[in-house]
Design a protein around this ligand. Structure first.
Ligand code: SAM
Length: 265
């Protein structure tokens, strides 16, 4: 089975089992949508009228919050059941959200330079190569547009199990191109999903090579001081599971010395 159909099926199942990934936005969150979406202050003060792409973001959370804040929202996902939640919640709240089944590494039905903001929750782990995702996002983002994305860190995906002393073991090699095998430690892995490890060179360097400039980088903290051994909060004390990137679409130009630098008028 291809990574696309495997992950579509995995997320369809997660929706049916009531997973936390399929939690739709609440009334309270919709009352203050930008604060809910953006505790770091990365978004503009208003997104009213802006074209927003919620990429690999089905499930009725991001799309509904952006639409509640007045944005014109397109949500793309591989899972029909995740997208059904976006459509259902948009209809229930009288919001206009366009939900399109697509894979993040082929957005060919979306036109060039369409979006002011692209917002992608953790999901690049579901494709073998992050480079086509970035080049598609660069293509559909307006010049000066914002790209917010969150990724699983490579170290987190290398963890396979825990020793009897409670130490977390990096049991998988850093340089691997094939899908990750099943592991004993599944804390930050989704059941039945086909996942891939992307290196820092690919996650951060690839973003710059695709025509973005990094404006901020955060590691959401999942460490909990007194969390018991074996819990996600305990593991989070040793390995940061996620990285969140704020990037800006820029034009690059080849200068007379042959170096590629930011375009400056
Ligand atoms: C962690 S969920 C993110 C959505 C959820 N609203 C959230 O905030 O947790 C990851 C999403 O990526 C989607 N996905 C997996 N592979 C994909 C692909 N190749 N193209 C587009 N979406 C994909 C899944 O269906 C799922 O909805």
């Amino acid at each position: 089975m291809s990574y696309r159909s495997a992950n579509a099926a995995a997320y369809d199942r997660l929706v049916r089992s009531g997973s936390a990934f399929a939690k739709v936005a609440t009334d309270e969150q919709c009352a203050n949508p930008l604060a809910t979406l953006d505790s770091r202050g990365w978004l503009p003060k208003s997104v009213e009228g802006l074209e927003v792409l919620c990429l690999a973001a089905g499930g009725g959370w991001q799309s509904i919050l952006y639409a509640s804040a007045g944005a014109r929202v397109t949500v793309v996902d591989i899972s029909d059941e995740m997208l059904a939640l976006d459509r259902r919640e948009a209809a229930r709240r009288g919001l206009a959200v366009t939900a399109i089944p697509l894979s993040m590494d082929d957005l060919s039905s979306l036109e060039d330079s369409r979006f002011d903001i692209v917002h992608q929750p953790v999901s690049t782990c579901y494709v073998p190569d992050v480079e086509p995702v970035y080049s598609e996002v660069a293509r559909v983002t307006k010049p000066d547009g914002l790209y917010i994305s969150q990724h699983k860190t490579p170290t987190s995906l290398q963890v396979t199990h825990r020793t009897p002393q409670g130490q977390h073991v990096l049991g998988l090699e850093y340089y691997r191109e094939t899908a990750l095998p099943q592991t004993e430690d599944t804390s930050y892995r989704e059941t039945g999903a086909t996942e891939f490890l992307h290196r820092w060179d690919q996650i951060v360097g690839g973003l710059c090579r695709a025509g973005f400039v990094l404006e901020d980088l955060r590691e959401p903290i999942r460490a909990e001081r007194r969390a018991p051994v074996g819990s996600m909060g305990h593991r989070g004390r040793f390995v940061a599971p996620y990285v969140r990137l704020k990037a800006r679409r820029v034009a690059m130009q080849e200068k007379s010395d042959g170096e590629r630098r930011l375009w400056t008028p």
